[in-house]
Ligand binder design. Sequence first.
Ligand code: PDD
Length: 285
Amino acid sequence: MSRIAYVNGRYLPRHLATVHIEDRGYQFSDGVYEVCEVRGGRLVDERLHMGRLARSLDELRIAMPMTLAALGAVMRETVRRNRVGDGIVYLQVTRGVARRDHAFPPPGTAPSVVVTARNIDFSGNEKTAVDGIAVVTVPDNRWERVDIKSVSLLPNVLAKQAAREQGAKEAWFVDRSGCVTEGSSTNAWIVTRDGDVVTRPAGPGILRGITRTVLLDAIKAQGLRLVERPFTVEEAYAAREAFVTSASLIVMPVVRIDGRPVGNGAPGLIAGALRRDFHRYAELS
Ligand code: PDD
């Protein structure tokens, strides 16, 4: 079956689904995106993803291309046309097409909208979660507004590649004070020896992950002790457990940080329980 993409009002076979060479997303990475998990053909936490999208657009003063309900309908239709059962849907909105000039294009320039969807064999992630993943730390050299989900991801790309080249699956960014901010495409968590579940507070230093937001509810509901505070790399080395969260990985145990085993070097019990329980707290639409 050929895959279908939505591009600026049309559903097109992928080989015909193209954007203009003067799209500002292409030339300036002047755009934002969302990645939403799809489960049983339904969107996971659409409302929260759409809320974050609206905020990202607003922060960058990019016009909302259509109502959030209409965008949701396009995402669902893209999922349907691609017969996605379990997978992800990707949505990107840029400031549109205009002759190259750094400043904003003329008022009325239409934002560009692209939506793609694909099946993912989540059983692969399940197998990965049995063993857990390795992470390496890298200096956080990103701009100050990483709370905006912009497509400007070059430092994240370089960090992920550095991880891969060291045999790790993810890179954790570390700020100037030695604290972990987040992963290159995930939020970062540890469980201390005292059993506190720790993650950095949402603010300008991290992307407020939707998985993170929903997991906070799960953690509270399970009666675990949650502490939103920065944690250092040293604390992470000494943690009982570590894990990362994102729409595609859900909760993924971390078993090595910079080559050192976390806890006993096996996935932690809390990470495992949260992974199993996550979807009880997520919203399907
Ligand atoms: N990444 N931090 C960063 C830098 C991210 O790029 C992501 C998501 C997250 C987790 O957010 P969420 O729980 O909403 O997926 C945190 C997506 C999946 C990506 O770029 O593919």
